[in-house]
Ligand binder design. Structure first.
Ligand code: SAH
Length: 404
């Protein structure tokens, strides 16, 4: 074995000097530095591993540099890094070991969650025997890194296939050449996966995100405890909540504006026929805002309503409009709930904090003349860990409440 390399800042990485505001962000435990907080990055090639220093030249750690994103620096270690590839291998192994310990009752879960696993720019999800990955930064798009990631995932997991899901908008922001989604290993493009004993169809190169909303897995299970009676799952996508809640409910309706998502939802219902017995789930293709307006003005009543809209606030600027959107939906849902009815209400916008979301809900309850008692205030599943000093890693809110 070669002797371990001493940890020092002598590696031949370029140096980036931070302005005082950038340095204090890192000292406060965040891992991002914005471009405006960089004092000097002259001649640093795009996607480099860099040493970051404060304005006096004191090293603050090792980071990945992006020449085009607003997030110019993502810290990977507060220490010197002698061997970047070795660090990547260790981090991948640690991320997988964490899931082994924390994740149960599912063969679909997030294996690597970017900053929260100290691998900024890498997202990896497992759907049974298919692994789906996304690369979101210049540094991790390098050919040697891609090869290493695929090798490590295949060595640890022996999947039937590894696919890459490309987000063209991210590649544009990172000034990376366009690339198609596709297979990186193996041939298999579809499979079924099981979470909480509920089965789902998975087509690796279709659907939104990397396929399903794995971050809601534990919330599906929690919500199923309280669901009852006549239920409405609004923004149901491929039926995640509806399929979990159905056995507890006398009737359930899923609503989404996407026909392809509802077609998969219907296939999923067929996959779960033994569990569902002869219970039919009704899928309605509609704009949720229009449908909620119609239903509430025609005095429809439900015992359980789930609201899981897409992120209304894509940036801080949208915050007020987003909160108005959430309030309108929650207000209508509250008006439609029978006394004792269950509301499961979610937001996946990280710009909306948990207090913002609870304040919105309190205002909606007041306007609907309903008292709302909180049963559970939840976040994302444990395979999407939250890194406490990086608030952006905490994005999902899921409140389960009972209306009287
Ligand atoms: N609850 C789902 C995830 C919902 S994602 C699950 O657990 O899997 C948000 C969904 O909202 C998407 O399926 C999208 O098609 C749908 N959607 C977006 N805008 C909509 C609108 N105006 N009306 C109805 N559905 C909409």
């Amino acid at each position: 074995m070669p002797p371990a390399q001493p940890a020092s800042y002598t590696a031949s990485y370029p140096t980036i000097k931070l302005a005082p505001r950038g340095a204090s962000r890192l000292k406060d435990g965040h891992v991002w530095v914005y471009r405006s907080d960089i004092a000097a990055a002259d001649g640093v090639p795009p996607g480099s591993v860099v040493i970051v220093t404060d304005h006096r030249g004191k090293p603050l750690g090792t980071a990945l540099y992006s020449s085009s994103s607003q997030i110019a620096v993502r810290l990977i270690s507060p220490e010197p890094v002698a061997d970047f590839e070795k660090l990547l291998r260790e981090r991948i192994a640690e991320a997988l070991a964490y899931r082994k310990k924390m994740v149960h009752d599912t063969d679909a879960y997030r294996l690597v969650f970017s900053e929260a696993d100290f691998l900024p720019g890498l997202i990896v999800d497992r759907y049974n025997d298919i692994v789906s990955l996304q690369i979101l930064t210049q540094a991790l798009d390098a050919e040697n890194v891609r090869t290493l990631v695929v090798e490590e995932l295949s060595r640890h997991l022996q999947p039937a296939a590894i696919v890459e899901r490309v987000d063209p908008r991210v590649r544009e922001l990172e000034n990376l050449p366009p690339r198609d989604s596709g297979l990186l290993l193996g041939e298999k493009k579809s499979t079924t996966f099981t979470m909480n004993a509920v089965k789902f169809q998975f087509d690796a190169l279709e659907g939104q995100k990397t396929g399903a909303f794995l971050d809601q897995r534990e919330n599906y299970y929690a919500a199923a405890h309280y669901a009852k009676g006549d239920a409405l799952d609004v923004f149901c996508y491929q039926g995640g909540f509806a399929l979990h809640l159905a056995p507890r409910c006398s009737h359930i309706t899923g609503v989404d504006s996407s026909r392809p998502a509802l077609e998969v939802a219907d296939q999923n219902a067929a996959l779960n026929r033994p569990r569902l017995g002869d219970k039919e789930i009704e899928w309605i293709e509609a704009n949720a805002f229009d449908l909620m307006k119609d239903y509430s003005s025609s005095n429809r009543r439900y015992d359980t309503i789930v609201l899981d809209p897409p992120a209304f606030a894509k940036s801080k600027r949208d915050l007020d409009a987003a909160l108005r959107g959430y309030k309108e939906l929650n207000l209508r849902a509250l008006k439609m709930l029978n006394p004792g009815g269950i509301l499961v209400t979610c937001s996946c916008s990280y710009h909306i904090s948990q207090p913002d979301f609870l304040n919105m809900l309190a205002a909606a309850a007041l306007d609907a003349h309903r008292s709302l008692r909180l049963i559970e205030v939840r976040g994302q599943s444990k395979d999407h860990p939250v890194l406490l000093n990086v608030p952006e890693t905490a994005y999902l809110k899921c409140v389960i409440a009972i209306a009287s």
